[in-house]
Each structure stands twice: as structure tokens, then as C-alpha cells.
Design a protein around this ligand. Structure first.
Ligand code: NAD
Ligand code: LMR
Length: 316
């Protein structure tokens, strides 16, 4: 007889993005959440988990949220979200985090491999394209189960700025961003629209270029305003959209950081591309025809990611 159980979702890193993600998962009743941090942060992790749990009766959600530093507690998790790692400071690039965060990612990946070998992994830690590659190599999991998050966030920023520019609902704006999660990411205006109308019919070239540029530097804009740490509300919302697409087998067309084996002309690299996300994780990569200038921009972004991955390859 069938016995239905709630999903178990582990969130590694109980900092700003991890805790915000945990709360959004609980609010949407996508599963029970285990928040994991290092031993010296175990008590705050437990405290944050308990505080969130106590929001349940008010907001009327049923989800058990626990905090721990013991990886045994993630045993048999269905999904693992990795946010562990340091954020950048104003003036830094995400790539400057690579050394510290690659070490953390290797440790975390080994624990996930040991305790949750069947899980689907979503990676947020920066530089996220290279960190997703690191996790893929360290776990040895199939590529459909190791997925990075950047494109939903980058597209959300683009959509926000377009909606502001036009004075229309964000619900009607559908942007499209390809490439690595760095300043050379590729917002593709030609594949973006508002209410089905191509953006070049609604926004002049100069204003559009300003929106593209602001999108590329969107993470840095928030880092500069916060002074300490980086964005977490929109990143958490982006992760949760991916969790929901997979857990509910929605087969959504969403951008993911995916392992490429020839798609778009790239091999052995993780890069942001449009994908179908469903019950089997990344079910396929959607390849689109690109004009020369679009492909040139994507090549530049891929080369920036490749450089970071190459610097890591000897350690993997
Ligand atoms: N890909 C994206 O779109 C995106 C968006 C936002 C943030 N980020 C990145 O996500 C990471 C986390 O950001 P944040 O704002 O949550 O930072 P944060 O400092 O608030 O939290 C990070 C947490 O990770 C924990 N940690 C460190 N090593 C660990 C380990 N081995 N095991 C478990 N936990 C460990 C820390 O103790 C800390 O609590 C950063 O690298 C940031 O750049 C990426
Ligand atoms: O900008 C950062 O360092 C964090 C994150 O990648 C973001 O885009 O908000």
C-alpha cells in the first residue's frame, strides 16, 4: 500500500540565502527542511530553524524545519540546496571567491555524496558556474541532478527593470538571459518580450542598452548598497522556483546552469542556458539559433567561466 511522505530538502549554509530559501520552501509546503551549517554555527542554525518553525502556526504552513551541523541529518534527502560559502564584498568580483568556496564546495559535495546519493542538487554558491562544475566532479552524480542557479535571478532583474521602464506589470515581462553569472552574461533582447510584444518595439536602443548593462551588474548593485553580504531575497525565490519545478514535475522552461556536451558549441563546462526542468531535474537543454553578435557575446561569457574552471581543474 502506498505511504506518502513529505519531501526532505536539505539546505547547506544557514546564512542569508539559506535561511530565506528554507522559509520560502516551508511557506509553499514543498517539504521539510534540514538547515546545515558548520559546527561553530550550529546553535544559530538551530535557532533560526526554530524561529521559522514558530512562524508556521501564524502563516498556516506544515513543514518541519531543523538546524544541525551533523551531515547525517541530511540522510536520504530528496533535494540538496548548497548555499555554503562566503559572499563577495563591495569592489570584488564573484571569481575572487573561487579559492575559499571551492574548498567548501568539495567538502560539502563529499558529504552529500555520502548521505544523499539519490538527491537532486541545486547550487547557489559563487562563482556559481565553476562551483556547479566542482560539485558535479566531486559527487560524480549524473548531470541532470547537478544544477546551478543564476538565470532565473538574472532574468528577474532584467524583467524588473523593463517593467519599471514601461510602467507595466512584471507578470507581463518575459526576459531571456544566457551565459555565465558574471558581468559578461548575455541578456538576449531579441528573445524577450512584454505581453508578447518584442521589446525593441517598446523601448529605444539606448534605454535598452542601459537595462542590459544594469542587469549585468545587478548583483554588484546590491552588494554596493548592502555594504556587507550580497542579495538573498531574489536569489532564494529563484532557487525555490527550481525546487518547485522539479518536485512537482512541472516541465518548466527555465534557465539553469547546465553541463554542456556540445550544446551551443561548448564541451565540459557548466553554463547558463534555457532548460526544461521537471521531475528528472534538467530534462533537456534548449538550443536556439543565435546571430553572430549574440554568439560572440556568449563566447566571451563562456571564456570567462572556462578560465575559472581551468584554474580549478588540477584540484578536481
Ligand atoms: N548564484 C547566485 O545567483 C547567488 C545569489 C546570491 C548569493 N550567492 C552566493 O551564495 C553564497 C552564500 O551567500 P549568503 O548570502 O547566504 O552568505 P552567508 O555568509 O550569509 O551564508 C553562508 C553560510 O555558509 C556557511 N558555511 C561555510 N562553510 C560551510 C560548510 N562547509 N558547510 C556548511 N555551511 C558552511 C557559513 O557559516 C554561512 O552561515 C555566496 O557565495 C554568495 O556569493 C549566489
Ligand atoms: O552578486 C553577488 O555576489 C551575489 C549574487 O551572485 C547576485 O547576483 O546577487
Amino acid at each position: 500500500m502506498a505511504h506518502f511522505k513529505r519531501r526532505k530538502i536539505a539546505v547547506i549554509g544557514a546564512g542569508f540565502t539559506g535561511t530565506t530559501t528554507a522559509l520560502m520552501i516551508a511557506q509553499k509546503e514543498l517539504g521539510d527542511v534540514v538547515l546545515v551549517d558548520i559546527p561553530s554555527m550550529e546553535k544559530p542554525a538551530r535557532g533560526k530553524a526554530l524561529d521559522m518553525l514558530e512562524a508556521g502556526p501564524v502563516q498556516r504552513f506544515d513543514a518541519v524545519i531543523t538546524g544541525t551541523s551533523d551531515y547525517k541529518d541530511i540522510e536520504d534527502a530528496d533535494m540538496v540546496i548548497i548555499t555554503a560559502g562566503i559572499p563577495r564584498k563591495p569592489g570584488m568580483s564573484r571569481d575572487e571567491l573561487v579559492e575559499t568556496n571551492a574548498g567548501i564546495m568539495k567538502d560539502v559535495s563529499a558529504q552529500v555524496k555520502k548521505y544523499a546519493p539519490e538527491s537532486y542538487i541545486l547550487i547557489l554558491s559563487n562563482p556559481v558556474d565553476a562551483m556547479t562544475y566542482t560539485c558535479f566532479k566531486e559527487t560524480g552524480f549524473p548531470k541532470n541532478r547537478v544544477i546551478g542557479q543564476s538565470g532565473i535571478l538574472d532574468t528577474a532583474r532584467f524583467n524588473t527593470f523593463v517593467a519599471q521602464e514601461l510602467g507595466v506589470s512584471v507578470e507581463d515581462v518575459t526576459g531571456f538571459v544566457l551565459g555565465g553569472h558574471g558581468d559578461s552574461m548575455v541578456p538576449l533582447v531579441r528573445y524577450s518580450n512584454a505581453g508578447g510584444i518584442p521589446l525593441d518595439k517598446l523601448i529605444d536602443e539606448e534605454r535598452m542598452e542601459a537595462i542590459v548593462e544594469r542587469t549585468r551588474k545587478g548583483g554588484g548593485e546590491i552588494v554596493g548598497l548592502l555594504g556587507e553580504g550580497s542579495a538573498y531575497y531574489a536569489p532564494a525565490a529563484s532557487l525555490v522556483q527550481m525546487v518547485e519545478a522539479i518536485i512537482k514535475d512541472k516541465k518548466r522552461i527555465l534557465p539553469s546552469i547546465a553541463y554542456l556536451e556540445g550544446e551551443y558549441g561548448y564541451k565540459d563546462i557548466y553554463l547558463g542556458v534555457p532548460t526544461i526542468l521537471g521531475g528528472n531535474g534538467i530534462e533537456s537543454v534548449i538550443e536556439l539559433p543565435l546571430r553572430k553578435e549574440e554568439k560572440d557575446a556568449l563566447d566571451k561569457s563562456a571564456a570567462a567561466v572556462e578560465k575559472v574552471i581551468t584554474s580549478l581543474k588540477k584540484q578536481l
